[in-house]
Design a protein around this ligand. Sequence first.
Ligand SMILES: [Zn+2]
Ligand SMILES: [Zn+2]
Length: 417
Amino acid sequence: MNFQAPEGTHDITPEQVVLWNRLEKAAREMFGRFGYEEVRTPIFEYTALFHKSSGETTDIVEKEMFTFGDPEDKKGTYSLRPELTPGTIRALIEGQLFAKKNFWKVWYLGPAFRKERPQKGRYRQFTQIGVEAMGSSDPLVDAETMVLFAEILKAVGVTAWELRINSIGCKECRPTYREALKAYIQPLLGTLDENCQRRFERNVFRILDCKVDAEKLKDAPKAMDHLCPQCKAHMAVVEKALQSCGVPYRVDPRIVRGLDYYTRTVYEFSSSALGSQNALAGGGRYDTLVGSMGGPDVGSVGFAAGVERILLAMGGEAPPPAPDFYAVAAGDVARDEVFKTVMALRRAGLSGDMDFEGRSVKAQMRSANKAAARYALFIGPEEALKGAVKVKDMKDGAEQTVSLDEAVQKLQGGKTS
Ligand SMILES: [Zn+2]
Ligand SMILES: [Zn+2]
């Protein structure tokens, strides 16, 4: 019988891992530049954490969590994390990190799990990369997180993206907006889909998120028109900051985000290079979340991006980096010499390989070509006897027979990366 990966999961093949590493390296570098520190937390937490943080009425908590353990257990069941924000905040609070400094900028990368209907770009195990800036209500931090993600996309060559932002207000002005929205939707409710009918009482803002009913709601009241003076001023600074560093954006009243904890700024990066699942990252401000989870009452903002989505936008796969050399052996005596030579070159910081399948010289040369090696090395009985190696420059075809030491020097000189 043939085994299959569980539904909704996927493997990262060597072809894909090249892009993955490129993304991770670029992101890591950018996080460092922007002053964000890395945190790593468990992939599962007590279920109650997600109920408290992500919100009881969100789709994620309602029906998409993988929950296990004994419900009779005093501490409750466990759930695989559907997102990384709750665990990250818990870790900072539990570790008493806010006693060390008030403002933390952290980033994370790791798997998250949601029991969704699998489709392209949407997996049951997927990977999130994101940041949380906790301890400041400064609107410039909102803008910083957006500039940061735009810079990561730029660094990995993703150009077809769009940033849409919105403000959903605060606890002062949001209730007014909620009433206005409900008053508008009430007469339409019978025509909306089942999901939206369910959302009406529990989380009316999510109705704006609905793709099915988008057309019917295009004239719905906008959160931006109901902001209090403080929220208006906050949004104005965010917009001005984005403009000042040339990050293009569009204000979109339909951006509400699927989680309950957002306040004021919410945003979404999407890519036209992807299909219907086109979101690259979503983020926003969550000024009450850290306090509600037992931490200090501080303003915070963050985003989470889908690694698999970014990889798709990057083109899916890429050739592995070309090695510095490929060493070809003619005959068994030469193989021992080739092995020794290969090890000496690797220890000198050069990358390359040799044949381990006992193939002909011709087949080995094909491997050198296929790997796009910078140099092909050749050792036959004659070279083996003299302790020499024939070095072929694969760019211009020039050949030279040299000692092992000279070969190391020559290859180091020809290194491009
Ligand atoms: Zn407000
Ligand atoms: Zn709907």
